[in-house]
Design a protein around this ligand. Structure first.
Ligand SMILES: [Zn+2]
Length: 325
């Protein structure tokens, strides 16, 4: 078997707090991109320049493989399609987002409006969060059906001269997948395993759209699944590729457990709403990043509720937390 060439890392800028997002180029056989950034001129320029360093143009791209339906990972897919004959490969769970982001995003905003009302944030903070959500489709184009190809959650994809096992990795997003090449021990980890612990984004459960998915409990299970694999190099959705995935996973799980205990101590001391817990645990965040902190606290509370240590009660339409009797 021919030796596979290592994935080429290209960073693409985003306007978000997370900083740049990665695309990885597999140059062997037909050029493939794993994820592709959001739909802004600065991203297009960075992609064009990154490809040029490897003697390629956007028009040479044959496949774009998407890890998860977040704007920074797939917003520019259609822009690339319009300049190439690329096909966009998405999992069964991402297909609806890829083909009609306007409709899916309406559902997402509707769901988030209900969630945000229950958080107990001030009216102004609620409006800020929702106006951010409403602006996302400006950076995200739908892809026409004739360009889309579906893969299943246990598929094996042929790309870059090798075989990649699809891994369903819910947590940061319910519909998130990674891709693992056993031959080399290479892992495209999406935003499941990053150099920094990812946020459990508040989303609806795709099976039961009226319910919130339990992001952080799912995330811990996905990390355990990755820790069991022999991996030599992780190619993450953000940040530099890295090794020692078991060390990184152990330290991130340790941190999550420590922060969860801090959250428990605050609830035990009578801090009983999400904004009050956010002040205690993420008071140092700039206001634009506060909802990220709040989302992570929802994750800690999900873990504590699963352990039967904390209960959630709705009082006048707002969630309150107390110790389980
Ligand atoms: Zn991301």
């Amino acid at each position: 078997m021919a030796t596979m060439r290592s994935p080429i890392h290209i960073e693409l800028p985003t306007p978000f707090m997370v900083g740049p997002v990665n695309t990885f180029l597999l140059k062997q056989d037909e050029p493939v991109l794993i994820d592709c950034g959001l739909n802004l001129p600065m991203t297009h320029d960075a992609l064009t320049a990154g490809l040029a360093q490897h003697d390629l143009q956007v028009s040479d791209i044959k496949h774009i493989v998407i890890t998860h339906a977040h704007v920074d990972h797939m917003g520019a897919a259609n822009w690339i399609c319009e300049r190439s004959d690329a096909e966009v490969w998405v999992s069964d769970l991402v297909y609806d987002w890829a083909i009609d982001i306007t409709e899916m995003w309406e559902d997402r905003v509707g769901f988030m409006s209900e969630i945000v009302a229950k958080t107990g944030l001030s009216a102004e903070d609620q409006q800020n969060v929702l106006s951010y959500f409403r602006s996302v489709p400006e950076l995200w184009d739908s892809v026409p059906s004739e360009r889309l190809r579906k893969f299943s959650l246990d598929d094996v994809l042929e790309m870059g001269g090798g075989q990649w096992q699809v891994l369903h990795l819910p947590g940061h997003a319910t519909h998130q997948t990674g891709f693992w090449n056993a031959e080399n021990g290479w892992l495209f980890s999406a935003d499941c395993l990053l150099p920094r612990t990812p946020v459990p984004v508040i989303e609806f459960d795709q099976d039961v759209p009226t319910q919130r998915s339990l992001g952080l409990p799912l995330h811990l299970k996905s990390l355990e699944r990755l820790a069991a694999l022999p991996v030599n190099c992780v190619f993450p959705g953000h940040g530099e590729p890295f090794g020692d995935h078991r060390g990184v996973i152990a330290s991130q799980i340790g941190r999550i457990q420590r922060r969860k205990e801090q959250c428990f101590d605050h609830v035990a001391a009578g801090v009983d709403t999400l904004p009050a817990l956010t002040d205690k645990m993420y008071g140092h965040y700039p206001s634009a990043g506060r909802f990220t902190g709040l989302s992570t606290i929802v994750g800690y509370l999900d873990l504590l509720r699963a352990e039967n240590r904390v209960v959630e009660n709705e009082v006048d339409g707002v969630w309150h937390y107390s110790l389980q009797a």
